[in-house]
Design a protein around this ligand. Structure first.
Ligand code: HSE
Length: 429
């Protein structure tokens, strides 16, 4: 154990950066290895913006790269965000200067993790990012450290609090997507650009990181299939519930003979499943290992206090000289994960159609499905609302994704089908 004092530079003073300064201010005795922590420099986009923590007595840097390279900074904490630009430049500068880096930046690690791991390794310093996934709820350390003795098979869960909040509120309040998104932004859950949240990209960054750790791969964000919640309608939420399911944005990663598959999409989860019970802005995760079976983690995935606690835990690891390869293996030995060919994978699905209320329509839809070899598990028709047409919903038995997709394309062409069919997978968890 090292009992040296650590001088840290903090780049980015938004929610998490201010949370970290508040944490350090409130815990002057934070000294996991005996040595103390002092902040010897800060940088942010605006020096004067009102913040919950007073920064007037801290040395200010206009340039994050200058802070990362400053001689009196031993450890660089990057909380700027964004996959490129100043965050990446500053992290690279710190690693090249031989300084350990702690970051909460999921986009940076998911998109450039392999090259940064190589840089960290070349300079013999740690690169840690517990706060990048599930905020303060431990996920990275669980996979990287606690489960290293197991062989992980799959990971799936809810990794975006904003989407979970929106879906939960749509269901409980009977409110439309846009109205609840505006509330999530007011409450400060949503990312600066809400597309990152509702488009599924934030969850995709996080599951890309967990997949890399679980399967010792170089993170490959481009290979992650991403679908957000922006097309989920209140009608789908209600119909799914009538069928015994709740719609959740599920991020999943698994390893099979086909390779490592990573995807994010709205899924139907049985109402009594723990993931269906995780409401509001909670995050939740199932991890399945060959020896361990399944474990379940649930907690806050955002917020100043919880996320700063995760940053502090990484700082503690640096101070105690805990060392592991960034993604389980030396950077040069990481395998690649490419996009998996899904056409042969099997799913159960939910299909919602808006059709003309006239004789023979349901028969025609069933015939198309039967001819394609898609077996219907359940069927639900709701009385026509004020709008034109009548919604029908069905769920299928297990079927190949390619077969299902072709059948749905054919159904969409039927003149009695009034809008693009809505297809969602039923979660296999
Ligand atoms: N915007 C993210 C979420 C929090 O809603 O989960 C930070 O990753």
């Amino acid at each position: 154990m090292s009992s040296q004092d650590w001088r840290i530079g903090v780049a980015g003073l938004g929610t998490v950066g201010s949370g970290l300064l508040t944490f350090l201010g409130e815990n002057p005795g934070f000294a996991p290895a005996g040595g103390k922590v002092s902040v010897t420099g800060v940088t942010a986009r605006s020096r004067t913006r009102p913040r919950p923590y007073d920064i007037s007595n801290l040395p200010w840097f206009d340039d994050p790269v200058a802070l990362a390279s400053a001689p009196d900074v031993d450890l660089f904490v990057e909380l700027i965000g964004g996959s490129d630009g100043p965050a990446k430049a500053a992290v690279e500068a710190a690693l090249k200067a031989g300084k350990p880096v702690v970051t909460a930046n999921k986009a940076l690690i998911a998109e450039h993790g392999a090259e940064l791991a190589a840089l960290a390794e070349a300079h013999g310093v740690p690169l840690l990012f517990e706060a990048a996934v599930m905020g303060g709820t431990p996920a990275v350390k669980v996979v990287r450290e606690a489960l290293v003795g197991d062989e992980l098979l799959s990971i799936s869960g809810i990794l975006n609090g904003t989407c979970n909040f929106i879906l939960s509120e749509m269901e409980s309040g009977g409110r439309a997507f846009a109205e609840v998104l505006a509330e999530a932004q007011r409450l400060g859950y949503a990312e600066a650009d809400p597309t990152m949240d509702v488009g599924g990209f934030d969850a995709a960054h996080k599951i890309t990181i967990l997949a890399a750790l679980a399967f010792s791969c170089a993170p490959n964000f481009a290979a992650c299939e991403v679908e957000g919640i922006d097309q989920v309608e209140l009608l789908d939420i209600r119909m799914a519930k009538d069928l015994g399911y709740r719609i959740k944005l599920i991020a999943s990663a698994d390893r099979s003979e086909a390779g490592v598959g990573v995807r994010v999409h709205p899924s139907l989860v049985p109402l009594d499943h723990p993931l269906a019970q995780a409401g509001g802005a909670l995050n939740a995760l199932f991890i399945e290992g060959r020896r361990l079976g399944r474990i379940f983690i649930q907690g806050a995935g955002a917020g100043a206090g919880p996320t700063a606690a995760a940053v502090a835990a990484d700082i503690a690891d640096v101070m105690t000289a805990a060392r592991r390869p960034v993604f389980q293996r030396p950077a040069g030995e990481l395998t690649a994960f490419a996009a998996v060919d899904r056409s042969r994978s099997e799913v159960r699905a939910y299909l919602r159609l808006l059709v003309k209320d006239e004789p023979g329509v349901i028969a025609a839809v069933s015939e198309t499905l039967a001819e394609a070899g898609v077996s219907i598990e359940s069927f639900l028709q709701k009385p026509a609302a004020e709008t034109e047409g009548v919604p029908i919903v069905l769920t299928t038995h297990q079927v190949s994704e390619a077969v299902l997709s072709e059948a749905v394309t054919q159904i969409a062409r039927h003149p009695a089908v009034l809008q693009a069919p809505r297809l969602m997978r039923i979660a296999r968890i």
